[in-house]
Design a protein. Structure first.
Length: 284
């Protein structure tokens, strides 16, 4: 699988446009990999993880077209991961023709957020029919944690994220041709239910992209700092969930708790992991 990081920041972006803290100021000076948009990734040009608010900016910056995206896995409906206006941007309502039907996999809460936007726009919805068909060029698949399902050529396992108890947030194990990505943002320390499901699934990850929101700050719930991040990796190793050539990436980085990219890379290198950045391409 070919993976492209479209964005690697936490919810406010990095730098946060409204912030002049030393991290944000240095990130502006350094530019390049220290400038992060809100988190999303593109796999093989056909699978997106999250319809995030910075997709349009990412497409401009990296000279990309998303016209061939057939599938989207939505982690959760927080606004730094789901901007429902993109559904119109890819539809006949914005003059777009000839793109493939989008298969959209999301929780009930995320789907309800999408439907409420459609109603705001007075789209005549068959609300009880989850296949919206031609109107939005969309096929919705409601999923829940611990579902295993095919997404075109990919095999996917959804898992419960330890994030915001008022919603259902999900992590994904995505597999194709024996290569396995564990996409784990936004989450705090993984729950025992999730560890059990990962063990039963039995796949060894060739790549992990995991929450590092609170980096150098204290331990947290709902997101992780560097200690919690390293503890999860250690447990993956002890549970035999990491392939020999596994690459581990810190992802979803907040300006208030992580230094600009070069300094974070220095710390990560000493501790056996890598730091994602916008525009980074990885062969999983
Ligand atoms: Zn987030
Ligand atoms: Zn800042
Ligand atoms: Zn979130």
């Amino acid at each position: 699988m070919h993976l492209l990081f479209l964005g690697t920041a936490a919810s406010e972006g990095y730098p946060d446009a409204f912030c002049n803290c030393s991290n944000c100021a240095r990130a502006r000076q350094l530019g390049g990999a220290s400038l992060r948009k809100r988190s999303a990734v593109l796999i093989n040009n056909d699978l997106l993880i999250d319809f995030g608010p910075d997709l349009m900016a990412a497409a401009l910056q990296h000279n990309l077209s998303f016209a061939n995206v057939h599938y989207c896995l939505q982690t959760h409906e927080h606004s730094d991961h789901l901007d429902t206006s993109h559904f119109f941007s890819r539809s006949q309502f914005c003059g777009v023709q000839g793109t493939p039907r989008l298969h959209y996999y999301a929780s009930q809460g995320a789907i309800e957020k999408l439907f409420s936007t459609f109603l705001d726009y007075k789209i005549d919805l068959p609300v009880n029919d989850i296949d919206l068909g031609d109107q939005m060029n969309l096929c919705i698949h409601m999923i829940a944690p611990q579902d295993e399902f095919a997404v075109g050529p990919y095999n996917v396992l959804s898992l419960h994220a330890n994030h915001d108890p008022s919603i259902t947030a999900m992590l994904y194990v995505i597999e194709r041709n024996d290569r396995v990505l564990f996409y784990a943002t936004d989450t705090g320390e993984l729950s025992e239910v999730t560890w059990q499901a990962l063990k039963e699934h039995g796949r060894k990850f060739t790549m992990v992209a995991m929450d590092h929101t609170f980096g150098f700050a204290g331990r947290s719930n709902g997101h992780m700092n560097r200690e919690q991040f390293l503890e999860q990796i250690e447990r993956m190793r002890s549970e035999d969930l990491l392939a020999d050539d596994a690459r581990i990436f810190a992802h979803h980085l907040a300006h208030h708790s992580n230094p600009p990219h070069p300094e974070l890379v220095e710390y990560a290198q000493q501790h056996g992991y890598e730091v994602a950045y916008d525009g980074l391409r990885v062969e999983v």
